[in-house]
Unconditional design. Structure first.
Length: 317
């Protein structure tokens, strides 16, 4: 496993990608009784059965097999024996992807997604319950954690984003702010009472580059309260969100667990960030369905429909 990690480092991958690989391979090794030598790879049939017995979600199973394929690709690129193993795993992984593709075509929520989805009333209950925990005057670390939880939940509810914002640095607005491309930033403008999210480090940055996104100004009073609370209690304010010990910055894994705990504590349901994003995207289902139908009737793709034919300054008929 150490060799695989060294090879990953040499691939010029992002630090977050490398950490994710290490975390996933560690879980895989533990699944096979801490087989650090990765000998389980030599037994595709047994390995596949073990993974199937350990995970019920077809997407998770596919990801585990894809990880094994990556290990073989990096560690044994010219080994004929491992090429045979690679082919067996790939055939199986591709069959899973075909099944997943068929499920996506149905555009129906899975039983697990339905189980973790929430109603608008439950969403309001969570927000109002978290708001009650926000103190007028922040006097303790416990008060900070309550404020942090409320802001995090509102960020997901309004921005509907992935969790890249959780690693943001905290700064006040200046005309000549320099934003390090390695970090994301929450920028507070005290004069205008506005917030910007400077998004540099995120999953689709290769396609969209740096994005500067406005955050609902209603959140300004909570963000500035958090910023001032850090100063008041002598807590490092380099980052926006910290783990419960208020010394280590929060990670995407931390916030996923926190989000689930919030739901369990307030509505007795372990809610999910991924399912929240599915629900938010589903608000556009009918509009997207209409777009697909119209594009098909006009004889072109959805991309052609939106990028070439659809105009904002022409009369509608």
């Amino acid at each position: 496993m150490d060799k695989f990690i060294r090879l990953l480092v040499d691939q010029d991958l992002k630090e977050g990608t490398i950490k994710n690989y290490i975390s996933q391979i560690d879980k895989l090794v533990k699944l096979f009784n801490n087989d650090e030598e990765l000998n389980f790879i030599k037994h595709p049939e047994e390995t596949i059965l073990k993974v199937e017995d350990s995970y019920k979600n077809i997407g998770t199973i596919s990801n585990k097999i894809s990880l094994i394929l990556s290990i073989i690709k990096f560690m044994f690129p010219d080994d004929k024996e491992y090429k045979k193993y690679f082919d067996k795993y790939k055939i199986y992984r591709d069959s899973l992807r075909d099944k997943i593709g068929e499920e996506y075509k149905k555009q129906e929520a899975s039983p697990k997604q339905l189980e973790k989805s929430i109603t608008p009333e439950q969403n309001d209950t969570i927000k109002s319950s978290l708001l009650k925990k926000v103190k007028h005057s922040i006097k303790s670390e416990e008060d900070i954690r309550g404020l942090r939880d409320y802001i995090i939940y509102l960020m997901y509810d309004t921005l509907n984003s992935r969790s890249d914002f959780i690693k943001s640095k905290f700064i006040l607005y200046k005309k000549r702010n320099n934003y390090d491309k390695a970090y994301n930033y929450i920028v507070l403008n005290r004069k205008e009472k506005t917030i910007l999210y400077v998004q540099n480090n995120y999953k689709t940055e290769g396609a969209y580059k740096q994005q500067i996104l406005p955050i609902d100004s209603k959140l300004f009073k909570y963000f500035i309260k958090l910023y001032n609370a850090y100063k008041k209690l002598n807590i490092d304010s380099g980052y926006v969100f910290y783990q419960d010990n208020l010394s280590k910055p929060m990670t995407e894994e931390n916030v996923s667990k926190l989000y689930s705990r919030i739901g369990k504590a307030l509505i007795d349901k372990p809610i999910s960030i991924a399912v929240m994003r599915v629900q938010k995207a589903s608000n556009d289902y009918e509009a997207h369905k209409d777009l697909k139908t119209k594009a098909r009737n006009m004889g072109h793709s959805e991309r052609t429909h939106t990028s070439i034919y659809s105009k904002k300054n022409i009369s509608k008929i």
